[in-house]
Ligand binder design. Structure first.
Ligand SMILES: [Zn+2]
Length: 174
């Protein structure tokens, strides 16, 4: 279940390293000079990069994974990463409804948490709320919803991994 979150962290470790360096540097500056401007900048970076981006993508992908694992007809879930993103590919069969539910779980969980965070930290909340954009058909989750709306599920006829968000041959996946 933590596989997706772990891969997200692996994917963005330079960002996390940068945030850690910024926090350390600002701590040194704050302690030695008493100036808090650097500390404020470092805190901004931590909020946006770590709490916002890494946190939201880890939640997004983990929720896809958690729901896919509950579908009994999905034999395995392949979690992989390439240069740009973490991809989650179920292998097995799914009904259109299951495709739609698992596609919605990622962006939906981020939007819900974004609404909760809004009064606490609007900047971090905005990053979570922005996940709603992934429901547009140009993104994998949006394509999966369109796919499900056309009453298509996940069909596992040849044993090859089938994505709930199939992309054109040669095109990008989710
Ligand atoms: Zn997604």
């Amino acid at each position: 279940m933590w596989a997706a979150a772990r891969l997200v962290v692996t994917q963005v470790w330079p960002l996390l390293a940068l945030a850690a360096v910024a926090v350390l540097a600002s701590a040194v500056v704050t302690v030695t000079t008493g100036a808090i401007a650097t500390a404020q900048a470092a805190w901004w970076l931590v909020r946006v990069a770590v709490l916002g981006l890494v946190g939201s993508f880890a939640l997004h992908e983990t929720m896809h994974l958690v729901l896919l694992r509950r579908v009994e007809t999905v034999r395995t879930v392949v979690v992989a990463r390439d240069r740009w993103r973490v991809s989650i590919t179920p292998v097995g069969t799914m009904t259109p409804r299951q495709v739609a539910t698992t596609a919605l779980a990622g962006p939906g969980s981020c939007v819900l948490l974004g609404l909760v965070l809004l009064p606490v930290d609007a900047l971090v909340a905005a990053i979570y709320l922005a996940h709603v954009l992934q429901l547009l058909p140009v993104f994998g989750d949006g394509r999966a919803l369109v796919h499900a709306a056309l009453s298509r599920g996940l069909v596992d006829d040849d044993g090859a991994p089938v994505s709930p968000s199939p992309s054109p041959p040669g095109g990008p996946g989710r």
